[in-house]
Design a binder for this molecule. Structure first.
Ligand code: AKG
Ligand code: FE2
Length: 440
């Protein structure tokens, strides 16, 4: 028996290590970007990823505005248009605790709503949406991938010298199928204004200013796309105007279940697949069966109606890849809410002994009346949550939490308490004798 336990621990650690380096290598794909050359005055060749010069037109109290890009050393006419555009934009707010806030110490930029302007720039035509689908939905390759992303124009923004900037923040998703943002920098001379995007301990810098991209700043549109849960910031613009279009990126479901439908990736070729395969083939690995848990690396709105409906299809990056690997091994894998042990006071009443309270399925936030500081009420909270205490062999550590569950509290003041949950991939490992390991 002791021997079996040792084998299980050894193999679990080796999967965990392989998973760690797999996630690390995949997590550098949380952002991608590119360049679209403009052909001034000419026609873009049909089918090429180049665009003609761009014209921006907008509503203005002083008559319609028009500005043609690229804006190099601006002509007198362009200078006038640029000033008019800057005048016609409003200060840009940002979301804070559900409110739109204007605060120039946090964001100094201006905006124009999409209803007030039009521009002949189409990210679909230029292959940008296809690229995003390929890179940020790595498991939904082939046709499913290219059909799976919708880019919806959101705003035009200007970050202007001497000090336009936007401090680190994460974008507020407009719906639960939004998975990311796309920023397009229109060719207009500027310096600074680097966009830095971070995920876990990685970061990517997109420098579209003259020093960072040279001539490109005047001859090409440049773009970046990243997942919604990645923190990002715009450094100070020190010269000129940094003019951007922002788009919200959505998954479009209904083109086949994206999860597990992975023609573009051969999961069997991945070292992580081999490690798990070898462990399963070893009769001493979790000989009596049990559960493996992998905390999701990205954040999902897993306790909202949309999130409940669209997971696992909308898993991102490495989460989707790990999901596909376990699925390919014929294992029962699902996304489950796990009660967070540190944030929930009522765990104090339990002798949890290394166990986790695992939800039987994803559920929406719930409001219950249970919740006195007594055992019985804590039990009721757990019953409402719907799950079981289980011993889980964790392969990773938790990363982000959502409020999963809300209940009343009684004290000197009535109130509510938030119960935090996090989303994890939960794998059922059958006992060794019942395991059907697919042929290599
Ligand atoms: O302009 C950029 O590069 C990013 C802007 C941004 O973060 C936002 O609009 O939320
Ligand atoms: Fe943002």
């Amino acid at each position: 028996m002791a021997h079996t336990t040792k084998t299980t621990a050894r193999l679990r650690d080796s999967i965990s290590e392989a998973l760690g380096s797999f996630v690390k290598s995949r997590s550098s794909t949380f952002a991608c970007g590119g360049v679209v050359p403009l052909i001034p005055g000419g026609d873009a060749v049909s089918g090429s990823n180049a665009s003609t010069a761009l014209s921006l037109r907008w509503d203005s109290p002083t008559g319609m505005g028009k500005l043609s890009f690229p804006v190099k050393a601006a002509t007198e006419e362009q200078k006038k248009s640029l000033l008019k555009l800057a005048d016609d934009c409003q200060p840009a707010s940002f979301g804070f605790k559900g409110q739109d806030v204007l605060d120039e110490s946090y964001r100094k930029a201006t905006k124009m709503d999409r209803s007030a302007f039009s521009i002949d720039f189409c990210p679909y035509e230029l292959g940008i949406v296809d690229t995003i689908a390929q890179v940020l939905l790595p498991n939904a390759g082939g046709n499913a991938g290219t059909k799976g992303v919708k880019a919806e124009l959101y705003k035009l923004n200007i970050y202007a010298a001497p000090s336009g900037f936007f401090k680190p923040h994460v974008d507020t998703p407009r719906s639960d199928t939004q998975f990311g943002s796309l920023v397009v920098s229109l060719p207009c001379h500027h310096e600074g204004g680097q966009l830095i995007v971070r995920h876990a301990e990685h970061s990517v810098t997109f420098d579209w200013g003259a020093s960072g991209s040279g001539e490109k700043v005047n001859t090409s549109a440049q773009w970046a796309a990243f997942y919604s849960d990645c923190e990002h910031e715009v450094l100070e613009v020190t010269e000129g105007h940094r003019i951007t279009l922002t788009y919200n990126l959505y998954y479009t479901l209904g083109v086949g279940d994206l999860a597990g439908n992975s023609p573009a990736m051969d999961v069997k070729s991945l070292p992580l697949y081999k490690k798990i395969y070898e462990a399963l083939a070893d009769a001493e690995f979790m000989a009596d069966g049990g559960y493996l848990g992998i905390c999701c690396q990205h954040a999902y709105a897993h306790s909202t109606p949309e999130g409940v409906k669209s997971l696992p299809a909308i898993l991102k990056g490495s989460d989707m890849a790990v999901y596909s690997i376990f699925l390919a091994l014929g294992l029962d894998i699902s996304v489950r809410p796990i009660l967070s042990l540190e944030d929930n006071w009522f765990f104090d009443f339990y002798d949890i002994n290394d166990q986790n309270y695992v939800g039987d399925k994803l559920r929406q936030i719930k409001l219950t009346e249970a919740g006195n500081y007594e055992d019985e009420d804590s039990n009721e909270i757990l019953r409402e949550f719907g799950g079981k205490w289980l011993k889980v062999n964790w392969l990773t550590h938790p990363t982000s939490k959502n409020v999963g569950f809300v209940h009343m509290t009684y004290g000197n003041e009535p109130g509510i308490n938030h119960v935090y949950t996090y989303a994890a991939l939960f794998v059922v490992i059958p006992p060794a004798a019942e395991r059907l390991v697919p042929k290599e």
